[in-house]
Each structure stands twice: as C-alpha cells, then as structure tokens.
Design a binder for this molecule. Structure first.
Ligand code: SF4
Length: 418
C-alpha cells in the first residue's frame, strides 16, 4: 500500500470528450471535439487561478487523476500543456500517483509511450466486457481484441500499474458470460480491477430503453450471485477487495479513490468536476460552453459551492469509509468527538456474529459477505447516527446544476477569442 507521511490530497481533471457516447454513461462528455483546443487553454487558466487563490489550503498532491470523458483523446502535446501547468501551479508529492483513463479504442504504442514520458504512471482502461455482443449493446467503440492489445501495449510502453473497468449484470447476461469476462480479465494480470454492476442512470439512453420496455434489468438474485462470484474469484486470484467494486493486488489500491473514500481533500478542474477543499464542496458547470465562459470571466468553472457543517462531514466520512477500507474508530473519535463504537454497539455485535464485519486495529471493515449487504448496513448506520445526534444527513445540497443540458441551451462564445 502506498504510504505517505501526510494525508492524501488529490487533483482531478475532467476531460469532457468521447468519440461516441455509451448508452449507460451519465458522465459529462460530448461527441463534438470542436472546442477541444479552447478547453485546454481554459483548464490551464483554471488551474493557474485556483492555485493562486487557494494555495494556502493545498498540500503536496499525492494523486493526479485524468478522468472523463476520454482523456486518451488528447494528444501528447495537449496533455503536456496541462501537465506543465500542474507542475507550475501545484506542489506534487514525489511518489504521486498519476492516473489517466484510456479507452482501448483510442490509443497506440506511441501515444502510451508519450503519456508515460510525461509522468503518467497508472492507466485505467474502460474494458467493460470481453464479448463483442455486449460491447455492441453498450455502444463501446472497441473490440475485445483491442482491449487485450491495449493492455499489452501499455506493458510494452512500460506501465506497471494498470486498472481495468468491467461491468456485470447486463440485461439478459448469463452467469457464464460474466465468468468468461472475469477469466479473461484475470489472465491479463493487471494490478487493479474495478467491477461494477450496471446501473440504469436517469437521463441515459439505457434508461429511456428501460422506460420503453426495451430492456429489463438483470434479476436481483442473479446480480447478487454475479457479485458474490466476482468477490470470490478475484480474491482467490490474488486481488484484495478494498471497496464495494474495487480490487487490487498488494500495494496497488488506487491512491486517488482512497482519497475520496476517506473523505480527504481534492481539487477539481474541468466541466462537471467536483472538488472538496477547506471544508467546502464545489462543483463546476456541467456544460462545456458555460464552463469555458465562467473560467474566462472568473478564473474558475464553479457552478456552486456548499460549506459542510460538522454533522454532514461526519455522515460523509462514515458513509464513504464504511464502503471502502473501513470505519476508523479512533480517527472519527478524534475528529468529531464521537464514540461510534458505543452508539452502534448492538448493530456491530450482531453483524460481527453474522460475520458481516470485522474489527482490526480500531478499524471496522466489511467482510466479503458484508460487502454484499453494504447498502443495507450503511442505511442502518446512518439511521442510528441520525437518531443519536438528533440530526438528519443533509446530502441534498450536493446536487449538480440541473439546467445543464448541452443540447437544449445554445451558448455562444462572445468573450472568448475562438
Ligand atoms: S467512453 Fe467512458 S466516459 Fe465516454 S461515454 Fe463511454 S463510459 Fe462514458
């Protein structure tokens, strides 16, 4: 496990372009690339401005994460411009993790080598499935062969820290099909595997298909069987589960993800990006043009900001860390002056007896059996905390701007020199 002598501090950059939208995806991205160059210059401005304004709250960054969208649509030269600005504006920890999300359909050996030369030291490939039919259904742009090739090219380029993302519980997916995908994934010997159950997110084409009765979600029982199979198979193959959907070989859990799950601070750039700094959550416009204009006018792309009170911080810390590496009883006690062990004494005793949780060095973490019930257990914990504190968790404020539909709002770029 990567250890740092100080708390983790993350930097997230959202690259809002994709060659083609996948039907299940609710991340903000556009198929039109026409504003890519101006986006690069504005995100650079945003990094510069934010750093000047908030430098006093920064710590050396332990992770830098290029997500999206499809960061691998950026050329090495475009990546270099952004990375140069990061180095100029933000102090970086010498062992920082530099991740870049890549679509297997958008890379070459040369591009991967160039990213590596720029300092990227971790790649995350959206592979999802090793069946062409399933990839076609999801509207992915790559084939299973291209995915295998992508990992092999990444190895040739010298990457020794690679994640692959997979999705299970597709409509009509049979267990055997998922088993085959997992088998292939394990054969690739990547350091990290994320395996998500398909979610029907509102406002996606998949959701519309569901409403029209064109697809049916996988039955709950099948979904649970696939999940249990995933945990069993990946843990026997040498991966440790360190969050509901995330598995890593020893020493390769994702520093950036852990920063989120431990409710540590991170700054964020690019449209729709969310950050957490100095006890404030903020989120950027989920619309490229609005974002570009906001940066031009104000130096940042912020649509809204919310200050967290101590209760909300506590709820978030408990909720996020329970799903990941566990509740750190001592840390919670020190930070919030609250003895969670005694508040939840009854629940914890029962769950321990049922082998859903375990207690190690003052950390309460989920067992494999417990992960399968994580949602229900989290709800119970939050409810008990709310009852004890006489406070409800107000997690409604943390909503994105709803008026951000790129296709329905026509913006021009009057103030920008396009
Ligand atoms: S490539 Fe990734 S970000 Fe782009 S549409 Fe597909 S899932 Fe979403």
């Amino acid at each position: 496990m990567h250890k740092h002598p100080h708390p983790d501090f993350g930097v997230y950059l959202h690259i809002p372009f994709c060659e083609k939208k996948c039907i299940y995806c609710d991340f903000y991205s556009l198929e039109k690339m026409e504003h890519m160059d101006i986006f690069i210059s504005q995100i650079i401005k945003e990094i510069k401005y934010t750093s000047q304004q908030s430098q006093q709250y920064f710590r050396p960054a332990t992770s830098i994460f290029f997500g999206g969208g499809t960061p691998s649509l950026l050329s090495a030269t475009q990546m270099q411009k952004i990375i140069n600005e990061i180095h100029t504006s933000i102090a970086i920890h010498p062992n920082a993790e530099w991740t870049m999300e890549c679509n297997p359909g958008t890379i070459t050996l040369d591009s991967l080598k160039a990213y590596k030369d720029l300092g990227i030291n971790r790649l995350s490939f959206g592979i999802q499935s090793f069946h062409q039919k399933e990839l076609d259904f999801l509207h992915r742009i790559h084939s299973p062969m291209e995915s295998i090739e992508a990992v092999s090219l990444a190895r040739q380029a010298g990457f020794d820290n690679i994640n692959i993302d997979l999705i299970f519980a597709l409509p009509d997916q049979q267990m055997n099909s998922w088993k085959k995908t997992l088998e292939m994934a394990i054969e690739l010997q990547t350091e990290h595997i994320s395996a998500y159950s398909l979610i029907f997110e509102e406002k996606t084409p998949l959701y519309t298909m569901l409403q029209k009765g064109l697809v049916k979600p996988s039955e709950e029982e099948k979904d649970a069987d696939m999940y249990a199979y995933t945990i069993e198979t990946l843990t026997s193959a040498g991966y440790s589960q360190y969050e509901v959907s995330n598995f890593a070989k020893d020493g390769y859990s994702c520093v950036h993800n852990r920063t989120y799950w431990q409710a540590k601070e991170y700054i964020a750039f690019g449209p729709s990006a969310h950050g957490f700094l100095h006890n404030k959550r903020y989120w950027n416009y989920r619309n490229l043009i609005r974002y570009l204009e906001a940066v031009e006018k104000t130096g940042k792309g912020e649509a809204n900001v919310e200050e967290l009170n101590a209760y909300n911080r506590l709820f978030e810390t408990v909720f996020l860390s329970f799903r990941a590496e566990g509740l750190n009883i001592n840390e919670i006690n020190t930070e919030f002056n609250i003895d969670i062990l005694s508040i939840l004494e009854k629940e914890f005793a029962l769950w321990k007896q049922e082998k859903l949780i375990e207690l190690h060095h003052s950390i309460i973490s989920l067992t494999a059996k417990g992960y399968a019930l994580c949602d229900e257990l989290s709800v119970r914990i939050i409810a008990s905390l709310e009852a004890f504190l006489g406070q409800e968790w107000d997690n409604q404020g943390y909503q994105e701007d709803e008026s951000e539909e790129e296709d329905t709002i026509v913006y021009t770029l009057p103030i920008l020199d396009v």
